[in-house]
Design a binder for this molecule. Structure first.
Ligand code: FUC
Length: 341
């Protein structure tokens, strides 16, 4: 049996190291080199496990049952209405007040070949858990390869028709956690559309609009600060970026979704996924009130979350990708973070 504070480490022969804890499967550090062989911890968070257990709760965590927002916490499946917790303004966010991000996941080492080291994280979510229908069995594989790729592979099955959308919530700062903001980081997203939000409902309106010509245009690599510091209406609503991008050419296969790079350290990060969307979040709610790694305050825009997922509020938007999972089906989701320089 795992306990919340159990710490696990994946390390490859290049010295790349991913550390996580059983609580929320929270990734507590990722150490990667740059071209000069200098290593940095590129995920924001805390210096100690004790702080991680008492802290924010979403840093590096597995989120579910439905990552992101569901308007009013309401949805229906098979003619049955459900009311979930409201824990974020008027909406349900990341599974509500008792999200998977703070559950104790059962962690075991799993057999792997020479080029890949892996752990399996399991969670049994009973029927009615978080007020969702169906008993949900979830397995997540964390796997680090010799090519400096960190795989997150999810599978889940249910006993009753339900909805599901799992994600991982690490915030990256490629210069190193605690060294400043990500304003100078460059971002490129393979998305020609995004799902705009409304200030009134505090999440997506249901529209999908082109990024072309707007502050959300990351079709070519661009400094994140250009967008965060702009007067764009969508940016002003959330003091930065907190938007779902519609990844081009979605067909369920694994493909490149985004590339983040830091001109100062020379490090970069490629995100691959088989999911239709990616929530890009600049950590706009951090207000320096918490002390993070290197003893530095966790400041606004300290890191960038790139959460591969189905779209926000898909259960209430018929034209959005399907988030329904039925008995006998298997939910599958792969996200790969590849570290380079
Ligand atoms: C992200 C954002 C939110 C939120 C949360 C912790 O997924 O969409 O706005 O603050 O993470």
């Amino acid at each position: 049996m795992s306990i919340a504070s159990d710490v696990f480490t994946l390390k490859n022969s290049n010295g790349v190291e991913v550390t996580f804890i059983a609580s929320g499967g929270q990734i507590t550090s990722i150490k990667v080199p740059n071209a000069a062989g200098e290593f940095a911890d590129i995920v924001i968070g805390y210096d100690t496990v004790e702080q991680a257990l008492a802290g924010d709760g979403y840093f590096g965590a597995l989120c579910g049952r439905y990552a992101n927002r569901i308007v009013g916490g309401q949805f229906s499946v098979d003619g049955q209405d459900y009311q979930l917790d409201i824990n974020n303004g008027p909406n349900h966010l990341h599974g509500g007040i008792d999200g998977f991000n703070s559950r104790i996941w059962e962690v075991e080492s799993v057999a792997s070949d020479n080029s890949s080291k892996a752990y399996k994280l399991s969670l049994l979510s009973p029927d009615g858990d978080q007020k969702y229908p169906g008993e949900l069995r979830i397995e997540v594989i964390y796997r680090l390869t010799e090519d400096n790729e960190f795989f997150i592979e999810y599978i889940a099955e249910t006993t009753k028709t339900t909805i599901i959308n799992l994600t991982s919530h690490a915030y990256f700062n490629l210069k190193g956690a605690g060294t400043g903001t990500i304003e100078n980081h460059k971002l490129q997203i393979n998305a020609s559309g995004f799902t705009p939000i409304s200030g009134e409902i505090e999440t997506v309106t249901g529209e999908i609009i082109p990024v072309a010509g707007s502050a959300m245009d990351f079709s070519s690599s661009k400094a994140i600060g250009t967008t965060c510091n702009s007067n764009d209406e969508q940016v002003k609503l959330v003091d930065g970026i907190d938007h779902n991008f519609v990844i081009d050419d979605y067909d369920g296969s694994l493909r490149l979704a985004a590339v983040l790079s830091d001109p100062v350290s020379g490090r970069n990060l490629k995100v691959f996924t088989d999911q239709p969307g990616i929530q890009i979040y600049t950590g706009s709610h951090f207000d320096s009130s918490e002390t993070g790694k290197l003893g530095a305050p966790i400041i606004k825009w300290a890191g960038l979350a790139m959460e591969t997922q189905i779209f926000p509020d898909s259960p209430n938007k018929e034209h959005f990708p399907n988030a329904v999972l039925r008995p006998g089906e298997t939910y599958k989701h792969t996200c790969v973070y590849q570290f380079g320089y």
